[in-house]
Design a protein around this ligand. Structure first.
Ligand SMILES: *[C@@H]1O[C@H](CO)[C@@H](O)[C@H](O)[C@H]1NC(C)=O
Ligand SMILES: *[C@@H]1O[C@H](CO)[C@@H](O)[C@H](O)[C@H]1NC(C)=O
Ligand SMILES: *[C@@H]1O[C@H](CO)[C@@H](O)[C@H](O)[C@H]1NC(C)=O
Ligand SMILES: *[C@@H]1O[C@H](CO)[C@@H](O)[C@H](O)[C@H]1NC(C)=O
Ligand SMILES: *[C@@H]1O[C@H](CO)[C@@H](O)[C@H](O)[C@H]1NC(C)=O
Length: 377
């Protein structure tokens, strides 16, 4: 059976089951970022910007006091929707209520940033999905930050970033250190960088990543969590009687156990929109960092590395260049952003993060206590 046939069959199976469960449970779809914002009574302005390498990104703005711009950046396989999906108890909404000019960015390839000036994400698959978080850091972030600073006529903005949304800032700030001047502060929630202490079961996927790479290539599959994957996830998770419990258990065992505030209703909402598309190359890059125990650029193999970087090993990101105020908020139960990995990235002795002037804090579960971190008024 070819992969295309497999996709078609899965889609049909999905549609059949979906109709079956729809009468019982109609709360299946999670509204878009703008719909949630508007339902809560906020204006949401949709901006479209183009990066230097042609990717077309969506940036949402909930207007507030223009002198206080704040930029949210989501993590791996995610979108800006993650910051608003809890409705009026979402962190992003609290920040909007407090009067900030809120901007929610989207990485290339996700549900809001699938366009390109010349490439088609569904047809030119090898070329379109030829990026990892490196390109997000060096192209997507500067495009979005400069756009916001121009629109607000400010020199600086505040940032709240989650998971890989922080890794892309470390890439930007070490590659183009002048951006340190444009950010105050950078608040990272469960940041991803070294990734070498990621716990099972994701750890196991990382170890077999070289094999998965060969399989994905053979299948001509460059997009991760594409529409078919989403359909399968939604199908499995909506199967009665235990599909929901199963998906909840998988998500919690992957990311880390949580207290009851995350279980039940809300986690089902998360499953209904997460994960969304990213590139296979992005996940391979994370696996390379983890397996090589280096937070470094993409490894194309010794010969290609020499041609590209002038060295058999890809260059490491120089975190000592990250000298804006960085706050690290990490959770003891976080299996994807373990405290050991964050300790590596903020180890001052090894020249990393010269000024984490805001320090770091550890909490017992995934509920970061935002109020501890003062944003500039
Ligand atoms: C959120 O909205 C609900 C109803 O829309 C309301 O009952 C609740 O008080 C609101 N919560 C906050 C924190 O504003
Ligand atoms: C992907 O990007 C790399 C590095 O820029 C380049 O060498 C390679 O040819 C690209 N592959 C495709 C299919 O565009
Ligand atoms: C800032 O925005 C204005 C119009 O919105 C545009 O004409 C100008 O080129 C922008 N400047 C930069 C540096 O992007
Ligand atoms: C960060 O480093 C740059 C370049 O060395 C320097 O000009 C700047 O003053 C530093 N900023 C802080 C806050 O230390
Ligand atoms: C916007 O924020 C600045 C800086 O905190 C403050 O001085 C100003 O009064 C605020 N403007 C409005 C309209 O609230």
């Amino acid at each position: 059976m070819s992969f295309k046939t497999f996709k078609l069959i899965s889609a049909l199976v999905f549609l059949t089951f979906k109709r079956g469960v729809a009468t019982e449970d109609s709360s299946g779809t999670v509204p878009s970022f703008s719909s949630i914002a508007e339902a809560l009574g906020y204006d949401c302005i949709v901006h479209t910007i183009t990066t230097k390498d042609g990717y077309i990104l969506t940036l949402f703005n909930i207007p507030g006091n223009k002198t206080r711009p704040i930029f949210f950046m989501h993590g791996f396989g995610d979108s800006s929707r993650t910051f608003i999906v809890r409705g009026n108890t979402s962190m992003l909404v609290s920040v909007a209520k407090a009067g900030y000019d809120v901007w929610a960015g989207n990485m290339r390839g996700n549900e809001y940033s699938r366009d390109h000036v010349t490439l088609n994400a569904d047809i030119d698959v090898a070329a379109y999905w030829n990026f990892s978080y490196h390109e997000v850091g060096v192209y997507d972030l500067p495009a979005q930050i400069d756009y916001i600073l121009n629109k607000t006529q400010q020199n600086r903005l505040s940032v709240i970033s989650h998971s890989q949304g922080s890794a892309v800032f470390f890439v930007l700030l070490s590659t183009y250190p002048e951006y340190n001047e444009k950010i105050r502060p950078l608040i990272t929630l469960g940041p991803l960088s070294y990734a070498q202490n990621i716990r099972p079961p994701v750890r196991l996927l990382i170890l077999i990543a070289p094999v998965l790479e060969v399989i994905f290539k053979a299948l001509n599959q460059y997009e991760l969590f594409d529409r078919t994957t989403r359909l399968i996830v939604e199908l499995l998770c909506s199967l009665r009687p235990f599909g929901g419990e199963l998906c909840e258990a998988i998500l919690l065992s992957t990311a880390g156990q949580s207290d009851d505030t995350f279980k039940g209703g809300f986690i089902r909402t998360v499953i209904n929109y997460y994960p969304v598309s990213t590139s296979v190359k992005n996940s391979l890059h994370v696996a390379q960092n983890s397996n090589s125990r280096r937070f470094a650029q993409y490894d194309y193999g010794p010969a290609a590395n020499i041609a590209r970087y002038g060295n058999a090993l890809p260059p490491a990101y120089d975190l000592s260049k990250v000298n804006c105020s960085v706050a690290i908020l990490m959770a003891k139960n976080d299996k994807l952003s373990p405290i050991e990995d964050n300790s590596l990235s903020r180890n001052v002795d090894s020249g990393q993060y010269r000024s984490t002037t805001m320090g770091s804090t550890e909490v017992d579960n995934g509920q970061y206590r935002r109020k501890q971190w003062a944003l500039p008024k």
